[in-house]
Design a protein around this ligand. Structure first.
Ligand code: SAM
Length: 289
């Protein structure tokens, strides 16, 4: 009955060292709902005269909002060297060049030139897969002044058992993970919270979680679905997908597990934040009473 992936050998590369391309960055830019959540959170949090870091800055968008909110200085820290000129030119075009300082480096390791009042970092995806949000915030939190704030401030991740559509275009495609839900995906359990991360608090980038889920109908679980919600700033919450944010991550199990309604199952998840979902070790077992 146990289903556990062996593909989860320890990552032999540094997961914090993968930059986005200019193609990827457009997806975040042209998602007005995502941008509106972040803009409101930044205007609520940044006070005139603040020093701010925007880690994983991309086009410099969030850093520019911080500058518009009155920040004295905004360090726009970005791993992809191509974006440094983009950030500088965007700042200039918007008359914000006296406040914005573009820095090239890995935000999970970079030592800032001074302490900051606000740490902004949106390199988020379901379960913290793919992007090193935990490593970046874990490192840069050291540069936060007492009473400083982080945007977003809280993220909650949930796991549920599903029967996922495993064919597409007439082919079996049930190995790779996906962030798109398909018409043939059916829930088989309630979602259960497995990771609640307040970005002001220390957190381990190695996720090692064990939770109980209750079956909602009978069927074969061939995948888990990871979903999340976010608090961007106090009172600014989101729990439904926008174009780019809050999409689920569906990860197939090596072997399906038979699920019965009203039965409890213990789901274990073990992976390194920032790594691919294919490295995630997943266990599903009937819960012992
Ligand atoms: C999801 S995009 C967000 C861009 C921008 N903050 C926004 O909200 O529009 C993530 C950005 O973080 C950058 N990034 C990823 N890992 C990084 C790291 N370790 N250090 C610095 N930048 C990183 C990527 O290259 C990309 O530009």
């Amino acid at each position: 009955m146990i289903s556990s992936s062996d593909s989860g050998a320890a990552a032999s590369y540094d997961v914090t060292d993968k930059a986005f391309t200019t193609y990827d960055i457009q997806a975040c830019l042209f998602d007005p709902q995502r941008v509106e959540y972040l803009r409101s959170a930044i205007f609520q949090t940044v006070k005139p005269g603040d020093v701010v870091v925007d880690a994983g800055s991309g086009s410099g968008l969030l850093g520019m909002f911080a500058a518009q909110a009155g920040a004295a200085r905004v360090y726009c820290l970005e791993l992809n060297p191509e974006f440094i000129r983009v950030i500088e030119e965007n700042a200039q075009r918007n008359g914000l060049e006296s406040q914005i300082i573009a820095l090239h480096g890995n935000a999970a390791k970079y030592d800032l030139p001074e302490d900051v009042d606000v740490l902004i970092s949106e390199v988020i995806s379901a379960g913290f897969f793919f992007e090193p949000q935990l490593q970046i915030v874990g490192h840069l939190r050291k540069f936060l002044k007492p009473g400083g704030a982080v945007v977003p401030r809280l993220m909650k991740n949930y796991v549920e058992l599903i029967n996922a559509q495993n064919t597409l275009y007439g082919l079996r495609l049930d190995f790779d993970s996906r962030f798109t839900e398909l018409a043939g995906d059916h829930p088989l359990s309630h979602p259960a919270l497995y990771l609640s991360t307040g970005f002001l608090d220390p957190s381990d980038p190695t996720v090692d979680a064990r939770v109980r889920v209750t079956g909602t109908s009978d069927g074969n679980a061939n995948a888990v679905k990871i979903t999340y919600d976010i608090e961007f700033a106090e009172g600014i919450w989101a729990d439904t997908p926008t174009e780019f944010l809050l999409n689920p991550q569906i990860i197939f199990l090596p072997e399906p597990v038979r699920v019965q309604a009203d039965q409890e199952y213990e789901v274990s998840l073990n992976y390194l934040a920032g790594d691919s979902p294919l490295t995630c070790k997943i266990g599903v077992l009937p819960a012992s009473a």
